[in-house]
Design a protein around this ligand. Structure first.
Ligand SMILES: [Zn+2]
Length: 271
């Protein structure tokens, strides 16, 4: 299996009227769906019973060539160059979906718990919606990046935002962080968990943390509509991810740097 779930490339075979040879396209985490299961029929293809995932169940983009389903690639806006388009294709799209799942409305107070590749793109979307953004994250360099990107407040993982939040998105794979986000929420607020795996969610006080119609939701995958809407917004607001570029033969170093939290923003591999 070739990893790599955010691919930028040019069409070299299998062209269609909409995607001619040479068209620049992105392939994202969602490699395909069956189109016939109850979830696909309901318009919830992110929950498809028989999906394929790029770099996980089908080969991904750490390569010179890749195969993708024509109905699951997206034309890329000319405003986005290759390096700055790639990190949008999963981290960006699913971060955007997390804001939708949390029900963010323009002007609200939104907390981002954890500040890596996905959160550093979500903050730009929130600013376009005139939201106040509160960032709680470990790591001095992540906090500096959040401050430089215009967060209203930045604190460590043990600090509580100074205002009650309307919405929060958690990015760290830690149940403790989910509880910290819940504890920061106003009545009726929503926490969306943007993590495939969590260590565990600790026991918590229902009366204080969930009563009052607070909601806890998970975010699973993405739909093609999320991708199209996000890429259009990204081009319109001039979203430019922070990237660090590695050559393909440095892929192991890139993965190690991400694992060690040593990359601010996103790592991009160029074949
Ligand atoms: Zn399906």
């Amino acid at each position: 299996m070739i990893p790599g779930h955010q691919i930028v490339g040019e069409v070299i075979a299998g062209a269609t009227a909409g995607l001619p040879i040479g068209a620049r396209v992105g392939a994202s985490w969602l490699g395909g769906t069956d189109g016939i299961c109850p979830y696909c029929k309901r318009g919830e293809e992110n929950l498809c019973d028989a999906p394929t995932f790029t770099g996980y169940s089908i080969c991904g983009g750490y390569a010179q060539y890749a195969v993708a389903r024509v109905d699951f690639v997206f034309p890329l806006p000319p405003a986005l160059d290759d390096f700055h388009a790639a990190p949008l294709l999963c981290a960006g799209i699913i971060g955007f979906r997390s804001l939708r799942v949390a029900g963010v409305q323009p002007g609200e107070r939104v907390g981002l718990f954890g500040f890596g590749a996905s959160a550093h793109l979500a903050i730009a979307v929130l600013q376009a919606w005139n939201c106040e953004v509160y960032v709680s994250t470990r790591g001095e360099s992540h906090r500096k990046l959040a401050a430089s990107l215009g967060a209203t407040w930045v604190g460590s993982e043990s600090e509580k935002p100074p205002a009650e939040l309307d919405r929060a998105v958690t990015f760290a794979p830690s149940g403790d962080v989910v509880i910290a986000a819940l504890a920061s929420l106003r009545k009726g607020g929503v926490v969306a968990i943007n993590a495939i795996h969590l260590d565990r969610i600790p026991q918590f006080d229902y009366d204080r943390l969930l009563w009052g119609e607070r909601q806890l939701r998970s975010v699973a995958n993405m739909t093609r509509a999320d991708a199209r809407d996000f890429l259009e917004l990204a081009a319109r607001i001039g979203l430019r991810p922070r990237v660090r570029v590695f050559a393909l033969d440095q892929a192991n170093e890139a993965l190690l740097a991400v694992k060690d939290d040593a990359v601010d923003g996103a790592a991009v591999i160029v074949p």
